[in-house]
Design a protein around this ligand. Structure first.
Ligand SMILES: Nc1ncnc2c1ncn2[C@@H]1O[C@H](COP(=O)(O)OP(=O)(O)OP(=O)(O)O)[C@@H](O)[C@H]1O
Length: 245
């Protein structure tokens, strides 16, 4: 997987929890998109929970109609390897209910199917907040913490590191830590990285757009992520009609 100045083996990434953090404009959505693009290119389906309609240029079906059957969508992902962008622009009850039913179906069906799948959660603090539990946050936390055995990996993206559920965040295995400035967010980085506080502060200060501290298996380095370019070979399919069950 070519992410820019960092190359990863698919086997080192699948079934893992990846956290991508940083302030607005630090390049975290770009990093998330490049990661999703590489996974899709490698044949691993990605389900993007996209509150701001930022991911519509991936090779994935865009769905903004939540009258679709969550169960049949989950079986398309696990059975046929369909990548999907759930455009959550509406933020209404219907969309949240759909998300809960979909995640529950995905969890249940992943017992039966052997395919590896990633869930990419933009604005992760909205769905799995620190100090607050909902049915949806429980379903997502279960996938993040126990999905490995069922082939489920997760990519958490957030500009509010301190507001993301700590259990999930600290159990992530791969981190892309883009620039943050708020002391509360720097504190989270200090908790994640096994280096002196002063060193964390000094390194974070130097990060420019698209650069991140890449941390995995106790080792870290500063990396530059490539700029996302949409794939042009296969046309992007936009699906706005109902899925027939
Ligand atoms: N690695 C990169 N190389 C070149 N440009 C980049 C890179 N990463 C991000 N950019 C550019 O910087 C801008 C901000 O990037 P991006 O949207 O990824 O930031 P963000 O941290 O996700 O911000 P937001 O929270 O507002 O979405 C965009 O114009 C993007 O194209």
């Amino acid at each position: 997987m070519d992410l820019g100045s960092v190359q990863l083996e698919l086997r080192d990434v699948t079934r893992k929890c990846i956290a991508i953090l940083g302030i607005r404009g630090s390049g975290k959505s770009n990093t998330a998109k490049v990661t999703a693009q590489e996974l899709i290119r490698e044949g691993v389906p990605v389900v993007v929970v996209d509150p701001d309609g930022e991911y519509t240029n991936l090779q994935a079906k865009v769905r903004n109609n939540f009258s679709v059957s969550p169960l049949s969508l989950a079986s398309s992902v696990l059975g046929e390897g369909e990548s999907v962008v759930l455009d959550m622009n509406e933020w209404n009850q219907e969309a949240f209910k759909f998300l809960l039913d979909f995640m529950t179906s995905l969890w249940e069906l992943s017992k039966v199917y052997s395919r590896d799948v990633f869930i990419l959660l933009e604005e992760a603090h909205e769905f799995i907040p620190q100090g607050e539990r909902t049915e949806l946050s429980d379903a997502l936390t279960r996938i993040a913490l126990r999905g490995r055995k069922r082939g489920l990996g997760m990519i958490l993206v957030s500009q509010r590191s301190a507001k993301v559920n700590k259990d999930v965040l600290t159990q992530s295995e791969i981190y892309f830590l883009h620039k943050v400035v708020h002391p509360i967010d720097i504190k989270v980085y200090k908790e994640i990285l096994p280096i002196k506080s002063r060193e964390v502060e000094a390194t974070v200060k130097t990060l420019r757009t698209g650069e991140a501290i890449f941390y995995r298996d106790g080792a870290f380095k500063t990396v530059k992520i490539r700029k996302f370019e949409p794939d042009t070979l296969i046309p992007v399919v936009e699906t706005k009609e109902e899925l027939k069950v």
